[in-house]
Design a protein around this ligand. Structure first.
Ligand code: BG6
Length: 491
C-alpha cells in the first residue's frame, strides 16, 4: 500500500533523556513509523540530548538499534532507515550544568522560525532545571512546545510546584502533558461511540445506567521499576492519571466540538464533581492490596516484598467506588479497579444499564439480564453490547431467553489498518499543535485533589494494603466493595 502523505510543518524535535528507556522503547520507534508513512518533512531534525557524551554517529547507531529492537523487520526498509538516521543528531548537555547549552543553541538558532519541540523524557525532578536553562539560553520561541509525561508530581502540592516551574518559561498552551491512554485508538473510539451515534447518548445517564466499571488489569509485576514504583503505588501510578481520564471521558457532557478547550473543559467539570473520599467513608469506598507469591502466566512468581527485598506499605492493587455529584450521574456508582499480577491483562469499561421496568416473560420462568455495554480496550479492541434474544424453539414450556453479544471486533472490522502505538498519534498531534488529547493543568490538579484526599484518609485511618496472591483478582474485600451494592465485577 502506498503511504498516505500528510504534510506536517518542518520541525526540530529535541529529546532530553534521549538515551533513556522511553526514548528507546517508544519515541524513536514512533518517530520512525511516522517517517515510514511520509509524515516527517525533509529537513526536519530529531536532536537527541542528554548528559552522556556521544557523537552523532554513536547516537545514530543507538537509534538504529532502538528501531531494530522495536519495529518489525517488514516495516523497516533500508531506504527509510537511512533517511531517518540522517535526520538524527546529538548534543551533549547536562540539565544541572551550563555545559552543552550554548552548543544546543547554535544547532537550533539557524532554524528559529520552525516548530520547535522539547520532549522531556526525563524524571520530573529535571523538568524545572531544564525549563530554566531553556529560558536562560533563549531557546524558547513563540512556536516552541514542551512535552512532559508522568509522573507529574507525587501529590497535588508537588504537581503544582512542577506546573509553576514550567509555567515560568512556557505559557499553558505551549505545554503538552501526555497521558498515553489518551493516545490509544480505543480510548478515542469511546468518544466516537458516545458522540457519533445517536443510540447511546439519550440513555447515558442515571435514568438508564445502573453503574459503570472501569478495570485496568495487568499480569506484570514490578518489571525492574523498584525505585519508581515503591514511591508511587497503584493509586498514583494508574488511578490519578489513566483511570481518571477514562472516567472523565465516560462521564463528561457532550463537548461543543472535538477541540482542546471544549473537551478539556468538560473533563475538568467531571473531575471537580468527584465526591471526596475522606476518613468517614474511605473504608467503604476504597480497598488497597499488595500481591504476595503466586502464579502469573503459568509460572510461580515471588511476592511484591520479595521482589523489592523488604517489607513495604505500597499498594499494587486498588479498587474504588467513586461518585460524581451532578445531575447526570446522581446515584450511579463508578467502580474502578487496577492492579499488578492479576490473572489476565485486560482493560475494559463496562456500562451496566438498568433492567427493563416490567418483565412480561417472568411467569414462564424466563430470566432477563439487564443490557450491558462492554468496551474492551486491551489486549483486544472490542465493543460488545449484551442483548437478550429468544432461544429458537416452539416454547411449549414458556419462552426462553438468552444473552447474546452484538459484537464489533475492531481487529476484524479494520483488519487492514495497523494499530498505532499511542505515542505515534500524540507526537504528530503535538507537532501540529493539536492539544485536545493532552492533559491541561487544571485537569492534573483536579485529579491530584481527589487522590490526595484518598491517600490522606487511608493514612489517617491506618488502612494498609491487604495481601492477595499473585494471579488472583486482588483481596476479597475488593469483591465485597461491589457486592455490598449487589454488583459483581465483570471478569
Ligand atoms: C504506566 C504505568 O503509566 O502505564 C505502568 O506507570 C503501567 O505501571 C502502564 O504498566 C500501563 O500502560 P499500558 O499501555 O501497557 O496499559
Amino acid at each position: 500500500m502506498t503511504p498516505r502523505i500528510i504534510p506536517v510543518e518542518l520541525f526540530d524535535l529535541v529529546v532530553f533523556g534521549a538515551t533513556g528507556d522511553l526514548s528507546q522503547r517508544k519515541l524513536l520507534p514512533a518517530l520512525f513509523h511516522r517517517d515510514l508513512q511520509g509524515q516527517i518533512p525533509p529537513g526536519s531534525r530529531i536532536i537527541g540530548c542528554s548528559r552522556r557524551a556521544m557523537t552523532n554517529d554513536e547516537f545514530q547507531a543507538f537509534a538504529r538499534k532502538a528501531i531494530e529492537d522495536h519495529v518489525p523487520e517488514a516495516d523497516r526498509p533500508a531506504d527509510v532507515m537511512g533517511r531517518f538516521l540522517e535526520r538524527v543528531s546529538y548534543v551533549t548537555a547536562d540539565a544541572a550544568q551550563d555545559a552543552g547549552w550554548a552548543d544546543l543553541g547554535k544547532v537550533l538558532k539557524p532554524e528559529s522560525h520552525r516548530i520547535r519541540v522539547f520532549y522531556l523524557a526525563v524524571g520530573p525532578d529535571l523538568f524545572g532545571p531544564i525549563c530554566d536553562r531553556l529560558g536562560a539560553y533563549h531557546l524558547v520561541t513563540p512556536q516552541t512546545r514542551v512535552v512532559i509525561e508522568k509522573p507529574l508530581g507525587k501529590s497535588g502540592a508537588s504537581a503544582h510546584a512542577l506546573n509553576e516551574s514550567i509555567g515560568k518559561v512556557f505559557k499553558e498552551p505551549q505545554i503538552y502533558r501526555i497521558d498515553h491512554y489518551l493516545g490509544k485508538e480505543t480510548v478515542q473510539n469511546l468518544l466516537a461511540l458516545r458522540f457519533a451515534n445517536s443510540l447511546f447518548e439519550p440513555l447515558w445517564n442515571a435514568g438508564h445506567i445502573d453503574h459503570v466499571q472501569i478495570t485496568i488489569a495487568e499480569t506484570v509485576g514490578l518489571e525492574g521499576r523498584l525505585d519508581f514504583y515503591d514511591g508511587a503505588g497503584a493509586l498514583r501510578d494508574m488511578v490519578q492519571n489513566h483511570m481518571l481520564q477514562l472516567l472523565a471521558l465516560v462521564a463528561m457532557e457532550p463537548p461543543g466540538h472535538f477541540g482542546p478547550t471544549s473537551v478539556r473543559d468538560e473533563k475538568v467539570k467531571v473531575l471537580n464533581a468527584l465526591r471526596r473520599i475522606d476518613t468517614g467513608n474511605v473504608a467503604a469506598h476504597c480497598v488497597t492490596g499488595q500481591y504476595g507469591p503466586g502464579v502469573a502466566d503459568g509460572k510461580a512468581v515471588p511476592g511484591y516484598a520479595e521482589e523489592l527485598g523488604h517489607a513495604s506499605d505500597t499498594e499494587t492493587f486498588v479498587a474504588l467506588k467513586a461518585n460524581i455529584d451532578n445531575w447526570r450521574w446522581k446515584g450511579v456508582p463508578f467502580y474502578l479497579r487496577t492492579g499488578k499480577r492479576l490473572p489476565s491483562r485486560a482493560s475494559q469499561i463496562v456500562i451496566q444499564f438498568k433492567p427493563v421496568p416490567h418483565l412480561i416473560f417472568d411467569t414462564k420462568g424466563a430470566t432477563v439480564n439487564a443490557n450491558k455495554l462492554v468496551i474492551e480496550l486491551q489486549p483486544n479492541e472490542n465493543i460488545r453490547l449484551m442483548l437478550m434474544t429468544k432461544t429458537p424453539g416452539l416454547d411449549r414450556d414458556g419462552i426462553r431467553l438468552r444473552e447474546v453479544p452484538l459484537d464489533i471486533g475492531m481487529d476484524n472490522a479494520f483488519a487492514d489498518t495497523r494499530r498505532r502505538i499511542a505515542h505515534e498519534r500524540l507526537l504528530l498531534d503535538l507537532i501540529e499543535g493539536r492539544s485536545t488529547l493532552f492533559v491541561r493543568r487544571d485537569e492534573v490538579e483536579a485529579q491530584w485533589r481527589w487522590i490526595d484526599g484518598i491517600r490522606a484518609a487511608l493514612l489517617a485511618n491506618g488502612i494498609a494494603p491487604k495481601p492477595y496472591a499473585a494471579g488472583s483478582w486482588g483481596p476479597s474485600a475488593a469483591i465485597g466493595l461491589a457486592e455490598r451494592d449487589g454488583v459483581s465485577w465483570h471478569d
